[in-house]
Design a protein around this ligand. Sequence first.
Ligand code: HEC
Ligand code: HEC
Ligand code: HEC
Ligand code: HEC
Ligand code: HEC
Length: 252
Amino acid sequence: MEERKASKRCGGVLPFFIGFLLSCIIGWAVIPPLFYQEVEQPLRFSHQVHVEGQGMYCDSCHYFREDGSYAGFPSIQQCAECHYVDDPEYVMEAIVEQVGEDYEAVLDLPEEEMPEALVELVMSGEERDRKAELDYLVKFAIPGKEIPWLNYQYQPDNVFFSHAAHQNLVIADLKEMEIDLDGVTVSKIEEIEESDQNCDLCHLKGIATNDTPPPFERNIISGYSKMTMKMWQCERCHAQMGQVNACYVCHK
Ligand code: HEC
Ligand code: HEC
Ligand code: HEC
Ligand code: HEC
Ligand code: HEC
């Protein structure tokens, strides 16, 4: 009698428990990713090739303008310091002669069949890099179009963020102050390298050393990036650093 009772009770709890677990799994692991759409950057740009390979400094592409504002992404003019196209019209004519007005179709040809005027501009050695560089030349440099880079940290228009206000945040100081940045920084603060660059505090880990930019995860409802820093994250650091958190500081 006792035994039957026990198993009956168990039979009542177990399905509940399984259902509870299932809804947790669906709620945490299955549904949230469905809200994000992965979008590729418009170009496979390798930080590794340029920073490690070419020995470039970060601030040759990401720098402060004279008025203190942040240049953000480099323009194709900065790229042209090395990827120089002497006579873009001439190259474009050669491409159009080969494939017609739909000039991007030239990218589908094997390199041997591309016009000489285009191929001789390519500096990369590896096949994968040559492909990316041709992409860059044909889609942007030659027609003179800016590259619509996707900003992983994209903030809505009503939020004011200034890199200049944050350039003196030193990782070593933050570690010393033992401030709690759990969930604010992508990596734990103890694990962030104490380089002179503090970008890793807010940006995707390893972005400056990667070979291929990671896909941009766009929230299909809000349009925000998955990486967009949330209000509480900004406020947590501000509160601990004695920075006022009045609404007008960040919302203009
Ligand atoms: C040759 C130009 C160039 C150099 C040099 C360069 N970057 Fe970049 N950086 C880019 C481009 C182009 C992008 C946009 C594509 C991407 O996200 O990879 C970018 C994106 C970034 C982003 C991401 C911004 C976002 O959307 O969240 C960070 C952070 C960054 N770079 C940091 C660095 C650091 C740190 C260095 C030095 C170690 C560096 N970069 C050197 C061109 C450059
Ligand atoms: C300091 C000179 C220099 C600047 C500035 C520069 N590049 Fe490059 N880039 C190179 C060289 C050299 C290579 C070939 C490297 C190799 O294969 O060893 C290269 C390779 C590439 C490639 C193929 C490898 C890859 O990254 O996928 C692309 C695409 C590219 N560059 C785009 C850009 C863009 C976009 C900019 C501007 C934001 C830029 N480059 C700025 C020198 C430069
Ligand atoms: C305190 C946090 C924080 C730090 C530190 C930081 N960034 Fe950003 N960064 C942001 C935010 C937030 C945005 C988005 C701004 C927007 O969309 O208005 C951004 C945007 C960018 C962009 C995209 C273009 C633009 O200007 O909007 C680049 C490139 C960038 N940061 C590079 C860097 C580099 C390089 C470093 C390190 C030297 C760095 N950031 C340090 C928070 C930070
Ligand atoms: C890791 C810590 C940290 C994070 C994260 C951070 N901030 Fe800050 N912020 C600071 C500090 C410290 C200052 C004060 C700098 C100074 O006065 O020199 C500051 C200053 C500012 C200022 C300038 C205030 C003024 O009076 O000029 C603005 C605006 C701002 N932050 C916006 C933001 C926004 C928006 C975010 C999130 C997207 C953010 N911050 C994330 C530490 C942080
Ligand atoms: C330290 C910077 C900071 C301060 C201070 C701040 N906010 Fe924000 N706020 C943000 C950022 C960043 C976002 C966008 C990211 C998000 O939605 O979390 C945001 C988003 C919002 C949104 C949602 C808007 C949208 O489009 O999603 C509202 C509403 C808002 N803030 C109201 C306030 C009010 C009210 C205050 C004062 C009590 C305040 N904020 C103070 C940084 C700040």
